[in-house]
Design a binder for this molecule. Structure first.
Ligand code: SF4
Length: 83
């Protein structure tokens, strides 16, 4: 995997991993899914965060495209909650 600071997975040329993460996103029940606008806002925040590396949040180890898709999840950075 190419290490890509501040790249979302979809931008890091990791098609197989991205597809697999998005498959998991699709399985999140509708009532737990973040609305599209909220999802996009969260990913924008991650895209400008120093803790993002190749689609992975270095604070929690999650693929942000998965974490941000769940309504109940929060940014794990206790010092500067970005969402
Ligand atoms: S610390 Fe928060 S904003 Fe930064 S990459 Fe992780 S989830 Fe995204």
């Amino acid at each position: 995997m190419r290490a890509c600071k501040r790249c979302l997975l979809r931008e890091a040329a990791e098609d197989v991993t991205y597809a697999s993460v998005m498959e998991k996103v699709e399985k999140i029940p509708a009532h737990d899914r973040a609305p599209e606008e909220l999802y996009r806002t969260r990913l924008e925040a991650c895209s400008s965060c120093d803790h993002l590396l190749s689609g992975v949040c270095m604070k929690c180890g999650c693929y942000v495209e998965f974490r941000a898709a769940s309504k109940r999840m929060k940014c794990p950075d206790a010092a500067a909650k970005r969402w």
